[in-house]
Design a protein around this ligand. Structure first.
Ligand SMILES: [Zn+2]
Length: 253
């Protein structure tokens, strides 16, 4: 399990046809009885939103993927989770499988208009994020949230735990689960933040930051706890997808 050495200044691995991945998500979601929602943006983009709530559910969890169009393993992993349909029976789920459908055809982090949607959750300048946050506002508070991403520079899997309260958590469990299928990035620093063997716990106050990723909006509006998972996109697609699937399953356990 080694990096392929394809990425060079950006992601250069294989791409996906996002419509096909979303068709697969939709087909599986319908087959498994999910409630389907299409969020309409002002510029006529449709964002798929899914919901399931078993009668026995006492936890609420929100998941998202596909906000960066050059991170294909994220929607692929989400599609696999929806298709396999193995979820804890005590959990109500809300899922946004692809927040940036116009970014994938061009394999760009940004949407077709050139905006990084994952920096727009404070100012809400883009139609996609306005529609998304309008929908999120209608949801109840979540026990925690999970955002799936990839990092073209990463040497292995790592993830962020953004915790606003002092509830006990067991983030190392996730790394133990992922480690069996994908290397962990052991760099001491990633994007200027201290990386503790795959775990980054940012010491930051969203209120003091000018550009908000989705995770900031979530911890300011809907939850006390948010996980952003980053797969290393220079590895084989199967390794990256499996890493994200394992991370989600471990977080939901
Ligand atoms: Zn990303």
């Amino acid at each position: 399990m080694n990096p392929r050495g394809l990425n060079d200044g950006c992601y250069r691995g294989e791409t996906i046809v996002i419509e096909d991945v979303l068709d697969d998500c939709l087909t599986a979601a319908q087959a498994h009885g999910w409630t389907i929602n299409w969020l309409e943006t002002e510029n006529n983009i449709r964002l798929l939103a899914l919901h399931r709530a078993p009668a026995s559910a006492h936890r609420k969890i929100y998941l998202s993927s596909g906000i960066h169009g050059d991170e294909p393993a994220a929607p692929l992993a989400m599609c696999r989770l929806i298709t396999e349909n193995v979820w804890p029976e005590d959990t109500a789920l809300w899922i946004s499988p692809c927040l940036n459908p116009t970014g994938f055809p061009a394999n760009t982090r940004e949407n077709a208009a050139g905006d990084d949607l994952n920096r727009d959750y404070k100012h809400l300048n883009t139609p996609e994020i306005r529609a998304h946050t309008q929908w999120l506002q209608t949801l109840p508070d979540m026990d925690f949230t999970i955002q799936l991403h990839e990092d073209w520079e990463a040497k292995g899997f790592y993830f962020y735990e953004l915790k606003m309260g002092d509830q006990p958590t067991e983030p190392r469990r996730v790394l133990e689960a992922v480690k069996t299928v994908c290397p962990i990035d052991e760099s001491t620093e990633i994007d200027g933040r201290k990386n503790d063997r795959g775990l980054i716990v940012p010491e930051l106050d969203p209120r003091l930051r000018e550009l908000w990723p989705e995770a900031f909006w979530l911890v300011m509006n809907k939850t006390q706890l948010s996980y952003t998972c980053e797969a290393p996109s220079d590895f084989q697609m199967q390794v990256r997808t499996e890493a994200l699937v394992r991370a989600v399953r471990s977080l939901l356990d």
